[in-house]
Design a protein around this ligand. Sequence first.
Ligand code: GAL
Length: 637
Amino acid sequence: MYTPFVLLVCLHSPSVQGQVSIAALDLSAVEQEWGEPHADRSVEGHALSIGGKSFEHGLGTHASSQFAIALGGQATRFHALVGADDETLPKQGSIEFRVLGDGKELWKSGLLHSGAAAKEVDLPLAGVKSLLLLVEDGGDGNSYDHADWAMATIEAEAGATIQSLAAPREEAVVLTPLPGPEPHLHAASVTGVRPGHPFLYGIPATGDRPMRFSAENLPEGLTLDAATGRISGKLAEKGEYKVILTAKNARGTDERLLRIVCGAQIALTPPLGWNSWNCFAGAVDDAKVRSAADAMVASGLAQHGWTYINIDDCWEAGRDAKGNILCNEKFPDMQALGDYIHSKGLRFGIYSSPGRTTCAGFTASWEHEEQDAQTWASWGVDYVKYDWCSYDDIAKDHSLPELKKPYSVMRAALDKAPRDIVFSLCQYGMGDVWQWGAEVGGNCWRTTGDITDTWGSMAGIGFAQNGHEKFAGPGHWNDPDMLVVGKVGWGNLHPTKLTPNEQYTHISLWCLLCSPLLIGCDMAQLDAFTLNLLTNDEVLEVSQDPLGIQAARVAQNGETEVWAKKMEDGSLAVGLFNRGQIEAQVSVNWKELGLQGAQRVRDLWRQKDLGVSEGSFATSVARHGAALIRIFPAKKR
Ligand code: GAL
């Protein structure tokens, strides 16, 4: 369905007589997820060796990899011995080799493990114009997937030109229609607050300004600024308040129910916001954080429910004589920064660690937990990410009580602060944190190590989340790490290395997973494609559904997967993913989804109905791409 517009470029290579080793072609065209391709050597630079046997020639690569070769219809045979290189331990790697001619599959190896003997491929190529050599990761991530195309040769007619083809480039296609001028209210239909704590909620609405807001049944203690649409104040009593929000402009009116639940729980839907780490890392400063807040509003993201502006590591600078945490020179007045963020109707987040130092080596909260929680509250902090790092010097071991301790201590400290502060645990999944993150009072917990902007990292993390769904729910979420779309780079900015289709996969999957969504790019440099990815209200609704059910995998077929989650209205949000390297048909049948009969299918990225389907749904999905659909019983919306 999301067939990309692709550009193919031939790379220079000499014409051949008779037979050419693929390792003699221009290997800059090889795309692979780890390391560099090597001629006649393995990916780590050793002599090629498969199942104890060495080979003189061939290509050493790493899954997932692809190598496209132009044959000009003049080649006659392809021959190779393929397998996982012996430089990894037996069984460590699991890979599958595939050979495609003119887009059609000619051969596949089946699953091969390191230690196994090489498998022979011998194919006639008469009339074939292009060859695509693929190595897939075997469906279990790409760890240790060192892959050799040993003795791989192409036979051709005398004088034939055999050339590498640069990997296809996808055009960034904007799929979602832009919001119209008439008012539309968006975002979660529920929000939580604790009694007696400050409440700040900017009503998310798109449409032409000026816009006037009103709120019917607003409980005592809260007031609405009709011009900005900001609700603020405090609620004294626990309870659930059903408020009818209205937004009105010259083009019309929109109305929507917001449930304000005053009780013990906050983060009733996954937090939506921005964090400084993936773009700025140690280069974060006050001006950059303000510019992120400015862009959150100016770009329109806030109108779709994006709220938090979070500083990650690298703001701290020791303590004063009384033990109060100090900010470094890049943050001259943290309270003023908090006020600035709040003045835009947004919320403010910060970072610390339970050890003596943070991961980047700055002062952390060890033995100052309560004092820090109070300081943060005085600055107006609404979100704390609490890392692990140097706590290894303090913890006796990684037993469960030791893993839990620092988080329980900070939880107790935050509970004494006079504000609602989202508590985000960041210890990379140690001790299966998803099983106890909620018990220690975490509102979310990282389930993995740090993400980077590669397919291997993003897909490896995202698709490994299956099984965690039973631990997520309103107030407590699995966190597979922050988003890597837009300009990212950890202090050295570059456009994300994810292709456009990989980015559709990233956002579709993270919404299905009910992950906190923290934009990781420089917000001042948002481009139209990235903004479009982040402002599709029907896609965000999958993340923000009040039931808070995290999607699980319902089907897997080779490189394709289907994930589904139930929505509050009884419909299903379904992601159809293609982890493979060529376009594939992905299908789901109603049985796998627990459905039967006629169902109405809607394409969420395009915000377009696809008609009624009986029994199953299938669509073509681009390499590394996704289709995100919602399935409703046919007769009612
Ligand atoms: C890591 C954490 C990153 C970032 C970094 C800051 O441990 O996973 O997301 O917060 O520390 O130093």
